[in-house]
Design a protein around this ligand. Structure first.
Ligand code: SF4
Ligand code: SF4
Length: 349
């Protein structure tokens, strides 16, 4: 019988507790069981048949999956993989949230994917470099199609191919781990060479399955091009701009210097306190755990307001959506914009 969890990954945890202060759900509750160490203890109990698997349901939903516990862990525990395995055994059948079932239904069908792009003019399809393909992203094509258009404008050498499926990150993070991996492999086969993505979450999932050498997140890719950018000005001064890190890009792939270096060329970069902390979007979390998601983002919104920024740049569509919603709710005028769009704005000034 297949083990519920990867035993070698469970064994790595030495229960030191260094991860506790980094964990947003531990900060919210102060409860050990809502910390990475506490959740790993629960997983071990389930692995050893001392606890029914469904006793993990609450924590598997409460955990953001932000992986802030990984970079601070001295033992190199791959908590993100353990969480995927936890949801794989708990979010099955009637325990899978309805919203997740709906999202799966959309991205699993050709019509659903086609519908996401309907009325959202993305970057036009074109064949350029057969070894460099722009990935549209499922929900980014619906919510923020201007991001793919910005990349296409910046880089005529990038191919934009038709008939792209989902990369499977949605599935892997929400209880369909194997299917999520299969989808990543299928997309890798469909888009040969390097896949360029503007979504940190997709980049982390894709690279974990098809290899980091095949995947470039926008800021990684643009930074390497070493193209000088013109500063963007507003009322005769350089813009004040902050960054919201993407959790999976930063904690999963270690990419956080590149977007900052790009922003320094575009304006006055202001480091937002807790920029590395999760914004509460966390994939489907903002839809499933609205109240907790708002608790997680509340301090960030207050900080952005106090800094009086012109722009807050993002590198993942989930973060864009969350910040647009919450800044609007708080009546903060700072504009949320994807880094690729800001770079494109600089080029046309
Ligand atoms: S920091 Fe790592 S080793 Fe220490 S308790 Fe947390 S997960 Fe376990
Ligand atoms: S993924 Fe985030 S919320 Fe979950 S245990 Fe790790 S730090 Fe805490």
């Amino acid at each position: 019988m297949r083990e519920k969890f990867s035993q070698d990954k469970l064994d790595r945890c030495i229960s030191c507790g260094y991860c506790l202060p980094a964990c947003p759900t531990y900060k919210l509750t102060g409860n050990e069981e809502s910390s990475p160490r506490g959740r790993i203890t629960l997983m071990r109990a389930v692995q050893n048949d001392k606890l029914p698997a469904l006793d993990l349901l609450q924590e598997s939903s409460f955990c953001l999956g932000c992986r802030a516990c990984e970079p601070v862990c001295p033992a190199g525990v791959e908590y993100g993989v353990l969480l995927e395995e936890m949801r794989d055994i708990t979010w099955q059948g009637k325990n899978r949230p309805l919203i997740i079932r709906g999202l799966f239904a959309i991205v699993d069908s050709k019509i659903g994917m086609w519908g996401l792009g309907l009325f959202s003019p993305m970057a036009r399809r074109r064949e350029a470099n057969k070894d460099l393909h722009l990935m549209y992203g499922c929900f980014e094509r619906r919510l923020f199609p201007s991001v793919s258009r910005a990349v296409a404008k910046l880089a005529p050498e990038v191919s934009c191919s038709s008939d792209q499926g989902c990369c499977g990150a949605l599935h892997a993070h929400n209880g369909e781990l194997e299917k999520g991996k299969e989808m990543a492999k299928a997309l890798g086969a469909k888009l040969p060479g390097t896949i360029l993505t503007t979504a940190g979450g997709c980049a982390a999932h894709l690279s974990s399955v098809i290899g980091a050498d095949r995947v470039q997140e926008f800021s990684q890719w643009w930074f390497k091009r070493d193209i000088e950018l013109k500063p963007i000005t507003k009322a005769g001064r350089k813009i004040r701009v902050g960054l919201q890190d993407s959790c999976h890009l930063r904690n999963g792939m270690g990419v956080f210097v590149e977007p900052r270096e790009i922003l320094k060329q575009l304006g006055d970069l202001v480091e937002v306190p807790g920029a590395a902390d999760c914004c509460g979007a966390a994939g489907s979390y903002a839809l499933l755990q609205k109240k907790n998601s708002r608790k997680v983002v509340s301090q960030k919104i207050a900080d952005i307001k106090a800094l009086n920024l012109d722009y807050i740049a993002t590198v993942n569509p989930g973060c864009t959506r969350q910040l647009v919603t919450e800044l609007r709710r708080a009546r903060v005028k700072t504009k949320v914009i994807h880094l690729a769009e800001l770079v494109a704005n600089s080029q046309i000034q």
